[in-house]
Design a protein around this ligand. Sequence first.
Ligand SMILES: C[S@@+](CC[C@H](N)C(=O)[O-])C[C@H]1O[C@@H](n2cnc3c(N)ncnc32)[C@H](O)[C@@H]1O
Length: 324
Amino acid sequence: MNKIENISFENNSNNKENVISLLKNEKKSLPTHYLYDDLGSKLFEEICNTEEYYLTRTEQQILNAHALDILKEASPLEIFEFGSGSSKKTKSLISKALKQKKYITYFSFDISTKALKMSYDQLKQISKNLDVQLIQGDFNNDICRIKKSKRKRLYLFLGSTLGNFNNNVAVNFLNNVAKIMNKEDSFLLGVDKVKDEKIINMAYNDKKGITKRFNKNILKVINKEYKLNFNENNFLHNAKFNLEKSQIEMYLESTVEHSIRLPNNEDLNIGKGEKILTEISRKFSEKTLNSLFRKANLSIIKSYTDKKKYFSLYLLKTKKYLFP
Ligand SMILES: C[S@@+](CC[C@H](N)C(=O)[O-])C[C@H]1O[C@@H](n2cnc3c(N)ncnc32)[C@H](O)[C@@H]1O
């Protein structure tokens, strides 16, 4: 496997303080990226294959149907994917791009080592004309350390990962992407749209219980990382659509009153029914997206959707060059 370049600016003691303070808040939460250790990244792949998780197959259909048009517009020599996961969805786009250009460089950027390994395994056999670069980092903190492109680049942010960010974080992320984009670069963003809440709720409560395992695994990750003693048997998987905020909220809900021991030997009490937020997944309307793009200085060049309008892909350019 190619060497993984680590550009993260992580400071473990700051991270630890942050995690402990989030757990001490009245409304408890954990940073979502802790869902993605080796096991979490593998479980996420399994979630993508469940019957209920319409997001992956819908986005894949849109991508397959419009790949040639996207490539005509973007004409990339480099493809840079944020939160690439296994890159399974991107494989066909890369193959088509390789038919048009002699040599393509694909950058897989993810926080998870397992995801980067899966991405490499997925792509290594495509063609000797594909150069795969693996970059480990946090897309909320490390974008400024990404080197700008020397050749025409297409940035990708798929899987509705943008939905995991609250509004401020989303604007900040999109702004940072706009800042590193050159005039010729494009940005393809995949987002999940507002729809019947039953369909959304089912997607995060699959019958096989894979999302439940994915959610509970965060406690093992936190225990290992910060020497805590969470017992996953004390928690239920709770994922429900919040209509007012138009987002899935995924919690771990305590079934008993208990306490966990913090590193300073303090006990943190967790009441019966108390919930720890592990992930939000926003479902976007056109209005919300237009407002996000405006704030981030991005313009829509083209958009693509499926027959049911469940999911959308937006091809964006930065406004600084369109309207200098
Ligand atoms: C919802 S999954 C999407 C994966 C893939 N793009 C897809 O469409 O199936 C989110 C991906 O982002 C990665 N990720 C989560 N938090 C991250 C962070 N803060 N920085 C970089 N990558 C992150 C995860 O490891 C995972 O691969």
